[in-house]
Design a protein around this ligand. Structure first.
Ligand code: BEZ
Length: 225
């Protein structure tokens, strides 16, 4: 749906902000768009370049582009960028007048149960769990206000609960995404911590068939410069 909100046209210059390994960037390129992908992770950018994409390691809050894109697109990345005002200012600068910023990210309540269990796990060990949270999950009102303050006209914005079945168990998800919590612990203590968080979450997120359903909430928006 977020690509439908983007409505990419062949020949448009599009910046994919937080492009990861470039899977979606490549789809935009295949539609005839001239796409640049940026991501803070050198490893992800190497994977995107291996697909033949123009991909660069850049911090989303410090884009150096000025007035050169018809659209900035972002999927499942903005919630990793905690300096939201700086990111919005940076995107605004990168767009031509009339250009659009279209994105989907985690919104208020996203992975709320998972996050609470991780915070509690660290707190039980005498550490500051909240300080380890690496994500920014704004409410619709908060993000709309930030976009408006940043010079955008918000055309559409929605908060959408989207419980999502995980491909494996929660342990794999935690190993992939909860590094900022787990790296507070000695390596030898991490698997016990994962098992503890999984045990706390099982009654809340595992269904009758043993499938894990993550409590995702999406915030989707389309705004114009
Ligand atoms: C997501 O909402 O896409 C997400 C949130 C936190 C970690 C990983 C993914």
């Amino acid at each position: 749906p977020v690509v439908e909100w983007l409505a990419p046209q062949a020949g448009e210059r599009i910046l994919d902000l937080g492009c990861g390994d470039g899977a979606l960037t490549q789809k935009l390129a295949a539609l005839g768009c001239v796409v640049v992908g940026v991501d803070a992770s050198a490893e992800q950018i190497a994977a995107a370049r291996a697909r033949g994409l123009d991909a660069r390691v850049v911090d989303g809050a410090e884009l150096s582009f000025a007035g050169e894109f018809d659209a900035v697109f972002s999927n499942a990345a903005l919630h990793w960028m905690k300096r939201a005002d700086a990111v919005i200012a940076s995107v605004h600068r990168a767009l031509r007048p009339g250009g659009r910023f279209v994105g989907e990210m985690g919104g208020a309540g996203n992975v709320g149960k998972i996050c609470a269990a991780l915070v509690a796990m660290l707190d039980r060990r005498g550490l500051d769990g909240r300080a380890a949270v690496p994500w920014y999950f704004p409410t619709l009102e908060e993000y709309a206000a930030k976009l408006t303050t940043g010079g955008f006209a918000v055309e559409r914005i929605e908060l959408i609960p989207r419980p999502t079945e995980l491909p494996g168990d929660i342990g794999g998800w935690l190993e992939t995404f909860a590094e900022s919590f787990l790296n507070r612990l000695a390596p030898a203590d991490r698997s016990a911590a994962i098992a503890e968080v999984a045990a706390a979450l099982a009654p809340q997120l595992r269904d009758n068939h043993g499938k894990w359903i993550a409590d995702y909430v999406r915030l989707r928006f389309r705004a114009v410069k």
